[in-house]
Design a protein around this ligand. Sequence first.
Ligand code: SAH
Ligand code: SF4
Ligand code: F3S
Length: 515
Amino acid sequence: MNEEQRLQAGLATEDAPSGKTTEKDYSKYFESVYSAPSLKDAKKRGKKEVEYHDNFQIEQRFKGMGQGRKFYIRTYGCQMNEHDTEVMAGIFMALGYEATDTVKDADVILLNTCAIRENAENKVFGELGHLKPLKLERPDLLIGVCGCMSQEESVVNKILKTYDQVDMIFGTHNIHRLPHILHEAYMSKEMVIEVWSKEGDVIENLPKVRHGKIKAWVNIMYGCDKFCTYCIVPYTRGKERSRRPEDIIQEVRQLAAEGYKEITLLGQNVNAYGKDFDDITYRLGDLMDDLRKIDIPRIRFTTSHPRDFDDHLIEVLAKGGNLVDHIHLPVQSGSSDMLKIMARKYTRESYLELVNKIRTAIPTASLTTDIIVGFPNETDEQFEETMSLYREVGFDMAFTYIYSAREGTPAAKMQDNVPMEVKKERLQRLNKLVNDMSAEAMKPYKGQVVKVLVEGESKKNPDVLAGYTEKSKLVNFRAPRSVIGEIVEVRIKEAKTWSLDGEFIGVVKEEKVMS
Ligand code: SAH
Ligand code: SF4
Ligand code: F3S
């Protein structure tokens, strides 16, 4: 391992230069401390094998860095970002920092950002604006921007130009470098920028402070190689790379031993799991088959790509047990022509065929999806195909979005003849259908008994508890607070569009997970 690799793995041997230094001094010391992102480099997919690092440790010189200091992380975007926040919180705690949920009390504020649509980015710029007075009041406050937006050069340039309240920017490939980045930020007057536009490695053994004790996220793979023409993720998250099965199984076993009740396996495209292994043949179906033997009540995964959803996985999911019968299967559009331009690599017909296979093997399966409306040049007829596919599949729920052009992606260069009013009108029509069909899907629950993993108080009424069924339906009911964290039975009294109200029956006795 050379010095650069050691540094990347968080194993620096030399001390960084101390005292106030300039950008130039640092670039002499170690090139990547001031490395700016490049979408062009991020797009490359070379032959280089994935490197696995499992030797993360906090260097002696950084221990105690956080003594008497508090950190605050605001997270935008998907579950992968939420989970990265848990890792960064783990690193902060290992450095001796204390967590706070009040911005005003924080000594370090991180915005863990999302780049998926323009409005996600605008929220972050808005928040940076709000933080400026706080920084002026307390110049020793550190403000950092990390996550997917940091991987875009246009964002970094905009921050450099307009948001001098920011002290550090780092990307999705180097969150394990947080101790170094903080150190640099404390020592330097300049903005610290460390963003690596590489394909990506897998770093194990990172500390984590999970949000709650009931449900846990577990990364099974990172990155995406699908390059759907509208999407920024393959540029911000690097290439598809899978964690080794033994590391995942070990983590899930540990979580089961700690009493967690539900695991969600995470990846941008979990169905590609294992494709990158060249020493073993082991795919998502194999992983699920191993995980279902672990004594933990519920296992989910997100997000599925229809293209890599193979028969073996369906066969394993059909075994049920702790593998829940809810599958989120983004379709994006019901028009084969649109799907082609989006480079989704499946057609309306093949998607319907897959749905059919899933429903045949798992008749109780609940399906949800993601849809983009107003993709460049989408015609009314093509949009109607999305509406008809939605009805035909009978989805329980959908996340629906108006297409947002992302700089650097192929779709951003396409001419677009669809006016924004038309896109908005289509979204409204689709959302009406989504609501109506969700209400329809809820109706049969009236009078039924469902199993609910109780997560805590309902957001609307602290006297009421709330949790989710295996099919991810929100259930509200009254019960003693002692059942929080348990799986309970509830008789449904009322079915609403997005939730069910019921009557508590009792705690479900421990069920042996595997038959
Ligand atoms: N990897 C997942 C999706 C991750 S992004 C998959 O392929 O299924 C979550 C959702 O955001 C996508 O499914 C898509 O519906 C939406 N999305 C992605 N890029 C978008 C864009 N440029 N404009 C609007 N919506 C977008
Ligand atoms: Fe984006 Fe497509 Fe990858 Fe999903 S599969 S993250 S939509 S490029
Ligand atoms: Fe957003 Fe990055 Fe997730 S762009 S959706 S935070 S992978």
